[in-house]
Design a protein around this ligand. Structure first.
Ligand code: IPM
Ligand code: MG
Length: 347
C-alpha cells in the first residue's frame, strides 16, 4: 500500500500528521508512506508549488493523502507559481476529474450546525464535483482594451466527453444510494450549462432507475439551506461544486468535518479535507484533523478496497464526536493532537 503524503501549507502538516497516525494504527499490510512537497512549502524549497519530484512520488503511489495549500505571502506571485497550482496541477496531471464530497450530520452535532436542528438532521448527500474543466482551466488572462481599460477574463467551457464521464460517476453514485440525482447548472444563462444539461439527459437513458432532476445553481444554494434533505447525489461543474460544497459543510456544522476523494477512471485517487490551509490558526495545534482523518478513510475505501477499515475510522470519529470531543470549529476546546488521540483510542 503505497501512499504519497503531501501535507502542504498552513494547518496541512498538523492535520495530516493525525491522519497518518490513524493509518499507522490500523496495521495495514505493507503500508509505505512517502512524503512530498507541495504548495508554498514546495515553492520555498524548490521554486515551484508542484515540483517534478512530487509528481513522480504521486505517479508511483496508489493514492495521495493531501493536506492543504495556500499562503498569503504567495498571493503576489505569478499565478503559475502560487500554492493553489499544486492541487489544481495534481488534479489535472493525474486526470482526477471526479470529486466526491459527502455531507452528513454526525449524531450529537445537530445543534451546532448553521441550520435549525430538525433541518440539519435530514442532511445525507453527496456532491459530485467535476474537477478538470470549467472556468478553472479555460483560457485566462489580463489585457488592456483599446480604450486603455484593463480587463480580466476566464473562459468557461465543457466538452461533451468531459460532461459525460462525470455524469456516469454521478449516476453510478446515485445507484449505490437513494437513486436520486440532481444536476446543478445555470442553463438559463450559460451555453456551457445547456450542453451540460443535454448530456445529463442523454446519459440518463442508461440509468432508468435513477430519478434525474435539474436545478439552477442559485436555487440549489437556497434549497441546500432550506431543505437539504431533498438531495441525495448532486452532480455539478467545477466552480459551482466548489461553492456549494463549502455551503454544505456549514449545514453539517463545520468545514473541519468534510472529507473528499478525487478520482479518475481507476482506483488511484487523491484524498483531502475540503478546508484550506487556515493560516490564521496554523502551527498552533488548534485545527480539527477530523476531515483529514475521514479523508484517509475514503482513501482506504476507494483506492485500496478496504471498506471495513474505512468504516472503523468513520465509527471512531463519530464516537469521538458523540462523546463530546470537539475542536474550536465546533465550539469546543480540543486541540489537534487531543482529537487525534481521541480518535485513536476509539479505533
Ligand atoms: C477546494 C479549494 C480549491 C478549489 C482551491 C484551493 C484551489 O477551494 O478544493 O475546494 O477551488 O478547488
Ligand atoms: Mg473550495
Amino acid at each position: 500500500m503505497r501512499i504519497a503524503v503531501f501535507a502542504g501549507d498552513g494547518i496541512g502538516p498538523e492535520v495530516t500528521r493525525e491522519a497518518v497516525r490513524v493509518l499507522e494504527a490500523l496495521e495495514l499490510p505493507e503500508l509505505e508512506l512517502t512524503e512530498g512537497d507541495v504548495g508554498a512549502a514546495a515553492y520555498r524549497k524548490h521554486g515551484h508549488p508542484l515540483p517534478q519530484e512530487t509528481l513522480d512520488i504521486a505517479r508511483n503511489a496508489g493514492a495521495i493523502l493531501f493536506g492543504a495549500v495556500g499562503d498569503f505571502e504567495c498571493d503576489n506571485l505569478e499565478r503559475h507559481l502560487r500554492p493553489e497550482q499544486a492541487i489544481l496541477g495534481l488534479r489535472k496531471e493525474l486526470t482526477l476529474f471526479a470529486n466526491l464530497r459527502p455531507a452528513k450530520v454526525f449524531a450529537g452535532l445537530e445543534d451546532l450546525t448553521s441550520l435549525k436542528p430538525e433541518v440539519a438532521r435530514t442532511i445525507d448527500l453527496l456532491i459530485v464535483r467535476e474537477l478538470n474543466g470549467d472556468v478553472y482551466f479555460g483560457e485566462k488572462g489580463m489585457r488592456t482594451l483599446p480604450d486603455g481599460r484593463r480587463e480580466g477574463y476566464d473562459l468557461m467551457s465543457y466538452a461533451e466527453d468531459e460532461v459525460r464521464r462525470i455524469a456516469h460517476v454521478g449516476f453510478r453514485a446515485a445507484m449505490g444510494r437513494r437513486k436520486k440525482l440532481c444536476s446543478v447548472d445555470k442553463a438559463n444563462v450559460l451555453e456551457t450549462s445547456q450542453l451540460w444539461r443535454d448530456v445529463m439527459l442523454e446519459v440518463a437513458k442508461e440509468y432508468p432507475e435513477v430519478e434525474l432532476s435539474h436545478m439552477y445553481v442559485d436555487n440549489a444554494a437556497m434549497q441546500l439551506v432550506k431543505g437539504p434533505g431533498q438531495f441525495d447525489v448532486v452532480v455539478t461543474g467545477n466552480m459551482f461544486g466548489d461553492i456549494l460544497s463549502d455551503l454544505a459543510s456549514m449545514c453539517v456544522g463545520s468545514i473541519g468535518l468534510l472529507a473528499s476523494a478525487s478520482l479518475g477512471e481507476g482506483t488511484f485517487g487523491l484524498y483531502e479535507p475540503i478546508h484550506g490551509s487556515a493560516p490564521d490558526i496554523a502551527g498552533q495545534g488548534l485545527a480539527n484533523p477530523m476531515a483529514t482523518i475521514l479523508s484517509a478513510a475514503m482513501l482506504l475505501r476507494h483506492s485500496f478496497a478496504r471498506e471495513a477499515d474505512a468504516r472503523r475510522i468513520e465509527a471512531a470519529v463519530a464516537k469521538a464526536l458523540a462523546d463530546g470531543i470537539k475542536g474550536g470549529d465546533l465550539g469546543g476546546s480540543a486541540g489537534t493532537r487531543e482529537i487525534g488521540d481521541a480518535v485513536l483510542e476509539r479505533l
